[in-house]
Design a binder for this molecule. Structure first.
Ligand code: ZN
Length: 141
């Protein structure tokens, strides 16, 4: 099991060091900012939504490795997806960080990384920040 944990740690460190979809979008259709005062994590999320599909996503973030990696992983997962698919990913992610993976086999390897987060309640808010910011941005459609 500890080998698996090392793998997950590597995934998180990789996304933290080389975040996917980093930057901002000029004239984006949706923007939202998220802040986690418990840890000091901050994210700026930019979306280009066409119809009900997320055509493009970029973000900039300051904060801990988990919050940045979670934002990076989320951006990679939601790009090109429609709202229904994004909602399913959000629900799955939420289930994983609050209940772990004993009763649930993650559909994406990048979601599996978060299976252990529920053991660290203060980290749950770090991991969910990007997703809450996403919901907020989409509610501004
Ligand atoms: Zn954090």
């Amino acid at each position: 099991m500890s080998e698996l944990s090392d793998l997950y740690q590597e995934v998180i460190l990789d996304h933290n060091k080389n975040p996917r979809n980093w930057g901002h979008i000029d004239n984006c259709s949706n923007h939202s900012e998220g802040f986690n005062p418990l840890c000091g994590d901050h994210i700026d999320l930019f979306l280009n939504v066409e119809g009900k599909t997320i055509k493009d996503v970029k973000f900039e973030a300051n904060g801990c490795a988990i919050s940045k990696a979670s934002a990076s992983i989320m951006s990679a997962l939601i790009k090109g997806k429609n709202f229904e698919e994004v909602k399913a990913l959000y629900d799955e992610f939420h289930q994983i960080v609050t209940h772990g993976c004993e009763d649930h086999e993650p559909t994406e390897i990048n979601l599996e990384v978060f299976c252990g987060v529920k053991e660290y309640p203060t980290r749950v808010k770090c991991a969910t920040l990007a997703w809450h910011t996403l919901v907020d941005a989409l509610n501004k459609v």
